[in-house]
Design a protein around this ligand. Sequence first.
Ligand SMILES: Cc1ncc(COP(=O)(O)O)c(C=O)c1O
Length: 387
Amino acid sequence: MVEIAAWLRARQAEGTLRELVDLDHLGHGRVRLADTEGPALLDFSSNDYLALSEHPALIAAATEALQRYGTGAGAARLMSGNFPVHQELERAVAALKGQEAALLFGSGYSANVGIIAALMGRDDVIFTDRLNHASIYDGCRLAGAGIARFRHNDLNHLEELLASQPVKGTRLIVVESVYSMDGDRAPLHELVALKERYGCLLMVDEAHATGVFGANGGGVIEEAGVASGVDLAMGTFGKALGSYGAYVAASRRMIDFLVNRARSFIFSTALPPAVAAASLAAVQLIQQEPGLRQELHQRVALFKGYLRQAGFAGDLGPSQIIPLRLGSSATAVAAAERLRAHGLFVPAVRPPTVPEGTARLRLSITRHLGEAELAAAAAALVACCLR
Ligand SMILES: Cc1ncc(COP(=O)(O)O)c(C=O)c1O
């Protein structure tokens, strides 16, 4: 057991102490530091990319389910917590992801932990990208399988590891299609080819891609046309889909297996029906209204253009997540504080969330942010952090 007070002092000293910020959420992408008379800040930290959390269709669906079923599911799905809306949502997600079936989880964290630990065990090896999300790491640890970490998006390194690990049990490759803190994308075509060559399973976390990419919002898997090569397509409802919870889409047999083996599914209360109803409305909306996605991509392109015009010369990546790497935690925290004075709420992301020496501002673009606001924000960012 660590000495708690000393541990907290050490985090404070190195600039990595995490603290909750009291915020008033004003809607439309604006927040205010609570209990201050300060101005509203533009929120560049939310993953509500399509601004669906405030969409009338989601609010209406949730309200109706709330009136009908009340606030909670009352039990796990395998007890009495299985509502028709859960199953309807699973069918809709399976279709969106081009898979036979799907299973809901309470959150993306519990999905990753539950899926990986259910599938993998002592004789198996998990090949995991170094920049994978903490929930994937925790699933790998809980599984008790061998863990082979490959350098971020480095297919040669992955292949070296695949070739050098003895084939005994199951081998699973796990990646994110859009990396949460870097905004770059996994080379899915090549990963499918590798998984086929080496007889592995492939799991893709689309937490930051579902709703944002693909003609129907089915993610990078849909955009790249690789659904049939992906064994487990995991994603969340809490980001572009504006709701809460998570899913995995896979073959019917895989889902039947997870219903019996994924402990974070079995031993956890079902998602509230109203939350599932909002998620279902979101899954329908992203398919019916591709304009939501196009508008987001236009804003992202505009913002990147404004940053370049203002003098930023670095790589801004291929997605709505833009990392501005500043190095030390202290530099990133100081930059985030300066930005608040310019009316921008931008999180400083520090180790251990990101590797040592790569503390950064993580900018997340949402449909809440208008063109003029994005132009002003880009100018402020370049002036106060990058010169
Ligand atoms: C890539 C990735 N996977 C999983 C999760 C966890 O999802 P949730 O927030 O629903 O627990 C996140 C979110 O933080 C994420 O970025």
